[in-house]
Design a protein around this ligand. Structure first.
Ligand code: ADP
Ligand code: MG
Ligand code: MG
Length: 252
């Protein structure tokens, strides 16, 4: 079983000609099969954590470590991270001009599996997964993220998640901008992948509503650039009732 270990992670960004520390010692262990929700107020550094794990060049790791089964993730190029089994769905996914969804998925699957998926089973798999996500078949011929609506971006993320079968999936605000029906469809997709028991999920969210559909094994409160409290699913209920006030006043 794969294990992602984040140890005392410190991250800075350059903003307004100054270096600002955003992550101030993040510790977290995510194992395959587990679902962790990271919840916290806006501006607490949740997306910075996701971007740092993705290897985004804007974010400088100043100390700490991230390993996958002991392998140094921070040393890996972005594509190597994907091949190692780390999947990142970003809050603001980038456009890939001139590359269709269909080509992108097949290229990604080939890179990750080390060989091209058999065409006939692959086409069937893509088609069935898109149907379950209520996606029109023509979507496969569109360019990645070009003019995608909020809901289409999220469905595309979950399509990737279902087809690429990562060991560790990091989903940043997958629930934002979705209406109730889309939220349910996206959540069902995440749950299908979870039920196979082979993915460790890091679900980053500001709102508790997605947790009505996806029951996390662990909930972590993120404030001021670090995890300030951890618990089970009941912690999300407490946050729903009480909000983040006590954490913001206390430690951020
Ligand atoms: P969250 O996802 O929890 O809302 P973010 O990680 O987006 O928080 O942001 C945390 C803090 O870091 C904010 O103060 C934000 O302005 C700052 N920050 C994040 N990314 C950048 C960036 N690329 N440039 C400048 N400041 C940034
Ligand atoms: Mg520290
Ligand atoms: Mg964010």
């Amino acid at each position: 079983m794969a294990t992602l270990e984040i140890r005392d992670l410190h991250v800075t960004v350059e903003a307004d000609n100054a270096t600002k520390e955003i992550l101030k010692g993040v510790d977290l262990t995510v194992k395959q099969g587990e679902t962790h929700a990271i919840m916290g107020p806006n501006g607490s550094g949740k997306s910075t954590l996701a971007y740092s794990l993705a290897g985004h060049p804007k974010y400088t790791i100043t100390s700490g470590s991230v390993t996958l089964d002991g392998e140094d993730v921070l040393e890996m190029e972005v594509d190597e991270r994907a091949r190692a089994g780390v999947f990142l769905a970003m809050q603001y996914p980038v456009e890939v001009p001139g590359v269709s969804v269909s080509n992108f998925l097949r290229t990604s699957a080939t890179a990750i599996r080390g060989e091209a998926p058999k065409l006939r089973t692959w086409v069937k798999e893509v088609k069935e997964t898109m149907e379950r996500l209520n996606m029109d078949p023509s979507f496969a011929e569109r360019n990645v993220n070009e003019g995608f609506s909020g809901g289409e971006k999220k469905r595309h993320e979950i399509l990737q998640l279902e087809l690429l079968k990562p060991k560790i999936a990091i989903l940043d605000e997958t629930d934002s901008g979705l209406d109730v029906d889309a939220l349910r469809i996206v959540s069902e997709g995440i749950n299908r992948v979870r039920e196979q028991g082979e993915v460790g999920t890091l679900l980053v969210t500001h709102y508790t509503r997605i947790l009505r559909y996806i029951k996390p094994d662990y909930v972590h409160v993120f404030a001021g650039g670090r995890i300030v409290e951890s618990g089970g699913a009941e912690l999300a209920d407490q946050l729903e009732n009480e909000g983040y006030d006590k954490y913001v006043k206390g430690g951020a």
